[in-house]
Design a protein around this ligand. Sequence first.
Ligand code: SAJ
Length: 478
Amino acid sequence: MNKILTDYFEKRGPIKTIGVIGMGYVGIPAAALFAKSFDRVYGFQRNSPSSGYKISLLNSGNNPLKGEEPGLDELIKDIVLKKKFECTSDFSKISSCDAVTIAIQTPFLDPKDLIPDFSALEEGIRQAGKYLKKGTLVVLESTITPGTTETWAKKILEEESGFIAGQDFGLAHAPERVMVGRLLQNIQEHDRVVGGIDDASTKRAMELYGPVLTKGKLIPMTATAAEVTKTAENTFRDLQIAAANQLALYCEAMGINFYDVRTGIDSLKGDGISRAILWPGAGVGGHCLTKDTYHLERGIDVAGISFLDFPEDHESLFTLARHVNDFMPSHMFHLVRQGLSCVGKAVSGSRIAILGFSFLPNTDDARNTPTEQFNNICLKHGAVTQIHDPWVREYPGISLSSDIEPVLKDADVLVFMTAHQMYYSLDYEWVKRIMRPYPVLVDGRNIVDPDIIIQAGFVYEGIGRGDKNIGSGLYKSW
Ligand code: SAJ
């Protein structure tokens, strides 16, 4: 362990003041839990037109995040009341912090070129470097391309501070693993991967994250291993979903029920046996699975590896999985067209009621939602679409209704894109009455019982339901 750095840490003593850069879905709960366990926390937020409002909102004890986040509203009120937390755009206060974490989004502008948009993250890292003091620990929480902490981030921090990483300051990667709807619980209960650029940084980072864990354990490793862990854990989830989607497409083509097959596969249990078969659906959205595969792939490209032994001329299994998942909105359109053709209607001019815009049920998070792609395909084929969502209020370029009746009225097709709770209790006699004659229902999230829908007088189409979809199934007599 680097003695100079450990001496700096010892001179500073236990971590007391923490800075969290980026007041978003990751930074806000992280800052709140740090404030609960340590003396003082600064939440650093750019005073930008889009997010500057969070500063005053947080300092008045309010939570800027929408959607249900158990415990977060109360915790924010409490830490502000006790003056343990302050949100500020004055980044110079970083100089009073023993540790600074950076939780800024890293989207891909265009996954095809594998170049992530690190501009916001770079600004945050530069601010940290600019006000860094010797003996401070810097931790990147954002999801980043493997190799980034040890190279790109380290270089910026050294440039801005004039210090040497691993000697004058500590540097680590501790990827966030939070999920919308259970942010606090995830930070406290998930195991926390902590990867320093050296052992002293890893140890100091464990001192930072240990106190906020209730059930979770610390898992120390190197910074690059931590980056690969984070990107790969989402890549594997995306892969599992793609496997379920591909099998569902096969089941449709073969005229069988995917869910029977899934039950069969899932029944295989026993020591060391696992078949983590997930669920097919109308597509994969969100800000994790839609990009982390490309971060991992880019890591192979940029990590300066000398040689990768892999089957020649074959696409990465991981990017192929992304293509399968990104195909699902097109498949939903195929089911719409198939259903309409059964009642002699063309897509062009048909009215399509799209139910669900957010990428996950019962939340307003619509980042990279598959519904946007599906809506575009419908419009491109001349359909008239209306979109309902009980949670998402607005989205650039999209008109949304929180009232379901006008969306369903006179529609030819009802399409479930998101499994919001309210969709499980629709009255299909009423729905049929207000839709146009010979209504079609397309289920992208396994919400309904096909037999009930068919008995109610709908043409039914559903992902994975080759046994019920009209027009699918190789073995059906026409
Ligand atoms: N989806 C499917 N089939 C499935 C599961 C999900 O089609 O079986 C779709 C969802 O509809 C959604 C997308 O995939 O559109 C992503 O769903 P998700 O449940 O993976 O939710 P995310 O994107 O919020 O993923 C996060 C990740 N958490 C972090 O990155 C910290 C992921 O690692 C978690 O496994 C996931 O939450 C979770 O399990 O909730």
